[in-house]
Design a binder for this molecule. Structure first.
Ligand code: HEC
Length: 133
C-alpha cells in the first residue's frame, strides 16, 4: 500500500485518517438510503404478513395495518389489544413507528407485538410500504 512506501510518519497518519473518513462516508451512504415501498412489501410479507393484513381491513393475529400511518395506536375496532398499547397515547407517525419497530418494549413495555426489526434500512422500507396507499 502507498502508506508503507511513504516514510514520513505524519503523512502516513494523514493518509490513514483520510482512508478512515472515506470508509465511514461510504458505510454511511450504504446504511441510510430512503425507504422504498417495493422492498418494504417483500419484507412485510415475510416478517409481518403472518399476523397483519394491509390490503384489507381484516383482523388476524394482529390488527389490520391498513391506513396505520396517522392512526391512533390500539384503535382497530374489534381487536383485543394489550392494555399497554391501548393506553400508550401514540399516533403512528413514521418516526415513532420506526422507534417502535426498533425496540418495541422500550417504547411500549408489555406490548404483545413481538416482531422487532433491528435493521434500519428494513424499517424504512417497511414504513414506506405502510405509508403508500
Ligand atoms: C406474531 C404476530 C405478529 C407479527 C409477526 C407482527 N406483529 Fe405487529 N402486532 C401483533 C400484535 C398481537 C399486535 C397488538 C399488540 C398489542 O396489543 O400490544 C401488533 C401491533 C402492531 C402495531 C400497532 C397497531 C395498532 O393498531 O396500534 C404495528 C404498527 C405493528 N404491529 C407492526 C408490525 C410490523 C411492521 C411487523 C413486521 C415487522 C409486525 N407488526 C409483525 C402481532 C404481530
Amino acid at each position: 500500500m502507498l502508506a508503507i512506501e511513504v516514510g514520513d510518519m505524519r503523512y502516513r497518519f494523514k493518509l490513514f485518517i483520510l482512508v478512515a473518513l472515506l470508509a465511514m462516508a461510504q458505510s454511511d451512504l450504504a446504511g441510510a438510503q430512503e425507504g422504498t415501498a417495493e422492498r418494504g412489501r417483500a419484507f412485510f410479507q415475510r416478517q409481518c404478513g403472518v399476523c397483519h393484513q394491509v390490503a384489507q381491513p381484516r383482523i388476524g393475529l394482529g390488527p389490520t395495518l391498513q391506513g396505520v400511518i396517522g392512526r391512533t395506536a390500539g384503535s382497530v375496532e374489534g381487536f383485543n389489544y394489550s392494555p399497554a398499547l391501548k393506553r400508550s397515547g401514540i399516533t403512528w407517525a413514521p418516526e415513532i413507528l420506526d422507534r417502535f419497530l426498533a425496540d418495541l418494549a422500550a417504547l411500549v413495555p408489555d406490548t404483545r407485538m413481538a416482531q422487532r426489526v433491528p435493521d434500519e434500512q428494513k424499517r424504512r422500507d417497511i414504513i414506506q410500504f405502510l405509508a403508500t396507499p
